[in-house]
Design a protein around this ligand. Sequence first.
Ligand SMILES: Cc1cc2nc3c(=O)[nH]c(=O)nc-3n(C[C@H](O)[C@H](O)[C@H](O)COP(=O)(O)OP(=O)(O)OC[C@H]3O[C@@H](n4cnc5c(N)ncnc54)[C@H](O)[C@@H]3O)c2cc1C
Length: 379
Amino acid sequence: MNGDIIVMGGGIIGLSCALELRRRGLNVTLVEKGPCGGQASGAAAGMLAPYSENVESPDEFFRLCRESLSLYPQWQQAVKDISGVSFEYAETGSLYVARHEADLLALESRLEWQRSWGSGGEILTGSALFAAEPGLTRKAVAALRTPVESHVYAPDLAEAVKRACLASGVRIHEHLGRIELAEWRERVALRAQSGERFEADRLLISTGAWVQEMSETLGIRIPVYPIRGQICAYAWNEEREPLRHLVFTSQGYLVQKANGTLVCGASEDIAGFDTSVTDKGIRRLTEWNKQVLPVLGEVQPFHRWAGLRPAVLDGRPLIGRLDHAGHILVAAGHYRNGILLSPITAALIADSVEGKPLPEWCGAFRPNRFGGVQAGAFS
Ligand SMILES: Cc1cc2nc3c(=O)[nH]c(=O)nc-3n(C[C@H](O)[C@H](O)[C@H](O)COP(=O)(O)OP(=O)(O)OC[C@H]3O[C@@H](n4cnc5c(N)ncnc54)[C@H](O)[C@@H]3O)c2cc1C
């Protein structure tokens, strides 16, 4: 396919879309105001957990997450092959732990609908539970085990996708400072603070928590807000029993990484675009962690950081073309699941650019669904 496209934003979503668009034959330029992977994508825990993240019902968002998980084995291998860079991809399965009898009913009802969607789940109790995860608190009454869930080391994945982009011929411009959309109604022109100008036939906006900056220019409501996630890691030497699964409760998660760290997350704070870490935020995590994994009462995290999740008003990402300007596409607002959702987002965006109709259920992710900035416009 011929044509030029600019991808605005070099997080995991922009990078993955750029790679897939290039694989489908487009000339792709990616522009990033800072370093690629320098925001939410580099902060993420890297869990690929559609079942643990969707506990209520199999809605369109769950379906998107599940389909993306099914793409991961091939996608991550393709990224490794094209980039020549290795990164952790661990098919560990997960445990969603109940610490009170009253939570058991909720696990059982989840088990029922999730099994019909391929989770392969089972409920573990007593000795079976502690054999599966020996370090777990003996106060745990049960856990829903979902064997198909997995995780990646997110900063390395982002770097590998960037390298795969470069190896495939995507032109990447980083550290450009503020970038503005100078023209968009027919052809696209971007003007960077650095003085550079970029032009193309099409534009993909994948600027994460910053996407609402485009609202006024494009004339549509883009209700996307930053939700800060504070997160920490413990050094995990070989004498300590490693965690075998992703471990979730309603309060947070724990995930063992191959680099000898145990990552524990994450807060959900409203703090604007502030990415600082607070003692209060981390204390909440450490207090909770030791109730799940008692050994964590003896140690303190050695590393703390934070990132801004892009949250959309209705909880669903924005994926696809604009109704009133088909050459402008949006892929943003992936909130807690952008690492998981990167392969399916890349595939849907590339299909849209190729003019293929998206499956009907993907209408739930239409970028125009919130209407125009003036009530009624473009809705
Ligand atoms: C603590 C934490 C833990 C998480 N854990 C998980 C997890 O376990 N699993 C999972 O799937 N997801 C997880 N997430 C969510 C995931 O990180 C995000 O959904 C995902 O990174 C969003 O990717 P993105 O590319 O849209 O955004 P970002 O990574 O934020 O990238 C957006 C990029 O756009 C750039 N940009 C902004 N404005 C402009 C502009 N005008 N021009 C050019 N560039 C611009 C920014 O500099 C940035 O680099 C976690 C997030 C956090 C914070």
